[in-house]
Design a protein around this ligand. Structure first.
Ligand SMILES: Cc1ncc(COP(=O)(O)O)c(C=O)c1O
Length: 358
């Protein structure tokens, strides 16, 4: 890997100042970012009220801003994306209903089965296509007939980006049209929809046409400390508001958090392009070492690490202040606290791992 002269000088300076603290960079997720001083200032000065009564002006402003930007009638602030996705599921499906979802989707695999556990909604997980969606054939085959033996298939849930991939716009259009034609509702886990929009150079509202609800996270690439907003029609959002209360998500002076979201929307959307460029830069390092690397579309790099290196490489990197979740398929995520110079330093440390040739 070729490092620019400035990169080299900068990483040497960084390594010398961070070796004691053991915290050079964290590639585990884009959720690890620290709110900036300016974001904290916006939070500290936000006007607030009791949001369970609908009285928080900053929460209302955030909900309205996102609803308008995405082309929905209403929005609802949640503490987390997990709760936002679950409330959407509960707004769309009742006890004994079913949703179709990808095997690798967050709403299936990484939310502890909340739909089944808390909502009595059965997931029907389906294999993904290489682009991250689910083929219309698989969707069609999974829709259950109206028969007393089966759960009622009610909803198709997709995710964009998924594993860092942007769902193709033509696929989204086909899948949502098909789902509606078959009587299903549609939900999008848009935790990283702004990454998809920046990557495809398309306005976010154009990426969510065809969905009955969308959950947008503010605490991923956008850098807010917490918060997601669910978008949908007024009846959908009113139903989700009831479920949010039951799920323990009715917060009081939540404008403190919503202010961080508003700040992020204003300052941290366009800069996601830097994270995408940095992911491409980061991908070059392991590739040049001969490791299998999936070319990143957005801010996630997937690297194949031979099993024998998993533990010693984790220790080698940690010793140099680099936090990663190393596994057979390692995900490295770029974000606003991962500037290029620190990535260069991390790549140098990666290349210095002594056992690559073993
Ligand atoms: C794609 C996706 N959806 C939803 C979530 C859930 O968000 P939260 O951690 O705020 O519950 C995550 C979290 O990383 C995610 O990656």
């Amino acid at each position: 890997m070729q490092y620019g002269r400035n990169d080299m000088q900068e990483w040497q300076a960084i390594m010398s100042t961070t070796s004691d603290e053991k915290s050079l960079i964290d590639f585990r997720s884009d959720t690890v970012t620290q709110p900036s001083p300016a974001m904290r200032a916006a939070m500290a000065s936000a006007p607030v009220g009791d949001d369970v009564y609908g009285d928080d002006p900053t929460v209302n402003k955030l909900q309205d801003a996102l609803a308008e930007r995405f082309g929905f009638a209403a929005g609802l602030f949640f503490p987390t994306g997990t709760q936002s996705n679950l409330a959407a599921l509960m707004a769309h499906c009742g006890r004994g209903d079913e949703y179709l979802v990808g095997q690798e989707a967050h709403t299936y695999k990484y939310e502890q089965g909340g739909g089944a556990v808390l909502a009595s909604v059965q997931p029907q997980p389906l294999e993904h296509e290489p682009h991250g969606g689910i083929s219309l054939e698989r969707i069609a085959a999974a829709i259950k007939p109206n028969d007393i033996h089966f759960a009622r298939t009610r909803l198709l849930a997709l995710e964009n980006t998924i594993g860092g991939r942007v769902l193709p716009a033509a696929y989204v259009q086909e899948a949502t049209t098909f789902a509606h034609a078959r009587g299903l509702l549609t939900h999008l886990d848009g935790a990283r929809i702004f990454n998809a929009a920046v990557k495809s150079k398309a306005p976010v509202n154009s990426l969510v046409v065809g969905f009955d609800s969308v959950s947008v996270c503010l605490s991923k690439g956008l850098g807010a400390p917490a918060g997601s907003v669910l978008l949908g029609s007024r009846p959908t959002i009113e139903s989700a508001r009831r479920w949010r209360k039951a799920l323990g998500g009715g917060m009081r002076q939540a404008g403190i958090l919503a202010a961080a979201g508003l700040y992020a929307l204003e300052h941290n959307v366009e800069r996601l392009a830097q994270d995408h460029d940095n992911a491409a830069y980061l991908a070059d390092g392991p590739r040049e070492l001969g490791l299998g690397v999936v070319p990143p579309q957005t801010n996630m790099v997937y690297v194949d690490i031979p099993e024998r290196h998993v533990q010693p490489l984790t220790a080698h990197l940690l010793e140099r202040g680099i936090r990663t979740t190393i596994g057979a398929r390692t995900r490295l995520v770029t974000h606003l606290d991962a500037p290029r110079a620190k990535i260069a330093a991390a790549l140098h440390a990666f290349s210095q791992y002594p056992n690559w040739s073993t």
